[in-house]
Write a protein that binds this ligand. Structure first.
Ligand SMILES: [Zn+2]
Length: 264
């Protein structure tokens, strides 16, 4: 696949995240809908967490098999990146949270992360995942393993729509109606990296960069899932939330199957 076609595919794969974001503009959602949306986002992100850990582990496992035959250095390098990336993604957000939330005089938390801050953190986690996704697309384009197929465009569109939901739903859950400008910003943070990654992956390939961004994504997504589950407990509607979790996870899984079927 030539460079310009690859760029088009990267743009489609990246900016379809904008399709899911307008959900956040819902006017005065009921408390039940808030609980459902919050759980839906958690379900989508649990799927993504599983997805990024699996994808990051593949090259580590291959390197481990090669280490048996003497090539130890690549395994050590990859496993170190995995641990450091995961730790940075996870702890990084806990420390950012600590900085964002001013402690009271008694050192007690003054409040929680605001819905907008949470949406930004989710966008960062999804952005790290999408940079790796872009790298993989760019790399497949070079080797000719991928084409600008309709099924792939539909697959990416739906997959990234769920990611857009994942970013926007916590705002609905908190009854916060963000501006279009804010949605464009989180869309750019979450989806822009796919586009960038596709261009980078077309010109340069590195398993190390791939694993680094996936493990960063895994750590930050784990943080966000914790926050969402915590918010869900306060919102109530437990059974409905259970359904939201299930449907969010399955939506992520289904769209991933479509993308895989499409050849990515
Ligand atoms: Zn993605």
């Amino acid at each position: 696949m030539d460079f310009s076609t690859t760029v088009v595919l990267g743009a489609i794969a990246g900016f379809t995240i904008l399709l899911g974001l307008p959900l956040a503009r819902l006017k005065e959602p009921s408390r039940a809908l808030q609980g459902f949306c919050n759980a839906l986002a958690a379900g989508i992100l649990v799927f993504l967490l599983w997805d990024v850990i699996t994808k990051a582990s593949d090259p580590v496992n291959i390197a481990l098999a090669n280490a048996k035959h003497g090539a130890v250095a690549p395994f050590v390098g990859l496993v170190t990146l995995f641990v450091v990336g995961f730790g940075l993604g996870l702890l990084g957000l806990f420390y950012i949270e600590k900085t964002l939330i001013r402690p009271t005089a008694h050192g007690v938390r003054a409040g929680d992360v605001t819905p907008r801050q949470l949406a930004l953190m989710i966008a960062v986690g999804i952005g790290a995942h999408n940079f790796s996704e872009g790298l993989a697309i760019g790399q497949s384009a070079v080797t000719g393993a991928i084409s600008l197929a309709t099924i792939l465009i539909i697959g990416f569109g739906l997959h990234n729509m769920t990611e857009g939901f994942g970013i926007g739903a916590p705002l609905v859950a908190a009854g916060v109606r963000p501006s279009w400008r804010f949605l464009a910003l989180v869309g750019l943070i979450g989806g822009g990296p796919t586009f960038l990654g596709t261009i980078v992956g077309f010109g340069f390939q590195s398993t190390y960069v791939f694993v680094a961004f996936l493990s960063l994504a895994a750590g930050s997504i784990l943080y966000v899932v914790g926050e969402l589950l915590n918010a869900g407990r306060r919102l109530g509607f437990r059974e409905l939330a259970g359904w939201g979790l299930l449907l969010g996870f399955l939506a992520g899984y289904a769209t991933d199957l479509i993308v895989t079927w499409g050849g990515a």
